[in-house]
Design a protein around this ligand. Structure first.
Ligand SMILES: Nc1ncnc2c1ncn2[C@@H]1O[C@H](COP(=O)(O)OP(=O)(O)OP(=O)(O)O)[C@@H](O)[C@H]1O
Ligand SMILES: [Mg+2]
Length: 463
């Protein structure tokens, strides 16, 4: 893959270079050629006209007369000069060069003919003009010139441009190759780091240099790896916590059943007591595994289709479901519930949230304590608060209580059958619906949990 990017890049640069070099080599010569031809034409034609009017002067044109006149004129730059009489017979012809016969014919008809050509080392121009005397057309004069100096100059310029453009081309190509090598080397390094991380070494970090797009990419990759590492650590902790949580009740069950099996003639009262304990432990196992299942379902983002849920109804149902537990603990339940507090959610999730919060408020309360559930809403949000007058949560534990398996007082919580999963379920469910949860102090004692959900629009609820 890397080779193919380099290949494409170099190919691209080569194509641009080719176009540039061609333009550089062809355009200046092509554009100056036109002007040079034009200039040649006017200078040659005016010189030819001067010769022609000089030859129109004498009575008669003889070879000596023509030689004399031409000798008097300064015509050294011409390679061939030819003078014809009106019939087309040569009167004077000196030098070398080739005239096109049709040009001479044109001049004998009274018109001017001009030709020019640039071929390698030769820049050939020829002109033929009529000689018009007072009595009429007397003949024609033709001049032939090969401007080798100018041709050589042009050739040199062309060569220099060619050499220069080749040098520039080579330099650009070299720079492009170095650049692509540098860029691709960094990409290769990044790819190597990626395979290291993909191989399972989540602690590995790519060394970021510079501050360009590749560095940004590397930075993003490092951030991703960090998240991966954190996730992996969380997953491991979760698995080890979960196994530990399951191991403890299983060990008790085993111990209890071993005792029953190994003790002969155990009195029925003790057997019953042990079996009751086994029952309690298996209840705990069941509750824990149920909660684990709920959490794993939430992790998988399997969400029921949201429907409008009236939180007042959910709160009332929860309060009556928990009334026996509250009575047991001698905790009184109170509520202040506004009507019309509706959120878009699954009813089951809302029940889970309210139930866990109120259950905690009752469980971690004191005899003769109270629990108050409040429900209200403003323009943007629906607020649910659960206050208790219980044991409260120490400041330093508040950050952790939403973590899976976290319990402030392990002994007390376990004794009350807690697995430390309730609040993490609440937290995950609340955030899944775009809500937030806070915990604070209740005065003079106890805790208060405040949950806020975004208030749905009437279009969403259809009410
Ligand atoms: N209202 C509260 N007052 C005092 N402490 C609380 C309150 N709610 C929760 N806690 C503390 O936070 C811990 C975590 O609560 P969470 O509901 O997650 O677990 P749990 O109640 O122990 O077990 P589970 O809810 O899974 O049966 C509890 O063990 C408890 O120590
Ligand atoms: Mg709980």
């Amino acid at each position: 893959m890397t080779h193919s990017i380099r290949f494409k890049f170099i190919l691209f640069i080569l194509a641009i270079l080719l176009v540039l070099i061609l333009l550089l080599n062809l355009y200046p010569v092509a554009s100056s050629r036109g002007t040079m031809f034009q200039e040649k034409r006017s200078s040659l034609t005016s010189q030819a006209s001067a010769v022609s009017s000089a030859l129109a002067g004498p009575e008669r044109l003889t070879e000596e007369e023509v030689s004399r006149i031409i000798g008097a004129l300064d015509l050294d730059n011409f390679d061939r000069i030819t003078v014809l009489d009106a019939d087309g017979s040569t009167i004077y012809d000196d030098g070398e060069g080739r005239f096109a016969p049709e040009d001479l014919q044109t001049a004998l008809r009274g018109e001017t003919a001009f030709q020019t050509a640039l071929t390698g080392t030769d820049f050939i121009s020829s002109v033929a003009v009529p000689i018009a005397a007072r009595e009429g057309l007397r003949g024609a004069v033709a001049l032939y010139e090969n401007d080798r100096d100018l041709a050589r100059l042009l050739l040199t310029v062309r060569e220099r441009i060619a050499i220069l453009s080749l040098m520039i081309g080579a330099l650009v190509l070299l720079l492009a190759m170095t650049f692509s090598w540098l860029v691709l080397r960094r990409l290769n390094d990044l790819t190597r780091s990626m395979s290291i991380v993909a191989g399972g070494d989540y602690a590995y970090r790519h060394e970021v240099t510079g501050s360009d797009e590749i560095s940004e990419l590397a930075q993003e990759f490092n951030t991703l790896t960090e998240k991966l590492e954190a996730n992996e650590a969380q997953r491991r902790r979760f698995v080890s916590d979960a196994s530990h949580e399951l191991k403890t009740p299983l060990a008790s069950i085993r111990l209890l059943s071993d005792s029953i099996l190994q003790t002969e003639d155990m009195d029925p009262g003790t057997v019953r007591e042990f079996v009751t304990d086994i029952r309690t432990e298996s209840d705990r196992l069941e509750r824990t595994t149920e909660k684990l299942l709920v959490l794993s379902r939430m992790d998988d983002d399997i969400q029921a289709v949201p429907e409008p849920v009236d939180l007042k109804q959910v709160a009332l149902d929860t309060l009556s479901a928990l009334a026996p537990l509250a009575r047991d603990r001698r905790v009184s339940l109170a509520s202040h519930l506004d009507d019309g507090c509706v959120v878009m959610a699954s009813r089951e999730d809302m029940e889970r949230i309210v139930f866990n919060l109120v259950e905690n408020a009752v469980k971690y309360n004191v005899p003769n304590g109270s629990v108050t559930v409040r429900l209200s809403q403003d323009e943007s949000a629906v607020h649910l608060s659960v206050e208790d007058t219980g044991i409260g949560i120490p400041e330093e534990d508040r950050l952790n209580i939403f973590t899976r398996f976290y319990r402030v007082d392990k002994a007390r919580s376990r004794q009350s059958g807690g697995s430390g999963l309730g609040l993490s379920i609440v937290h995950d469910a609340v955030t899944a619906y775009g809500g937030s949860i806070r915990v604070g102090n209740n005065r003079p004692q106890g805790s208060v949990f405040i949950v806020s959900f975004p208030r749905p629009t009437s279009e969403e609820t259809g009410i």
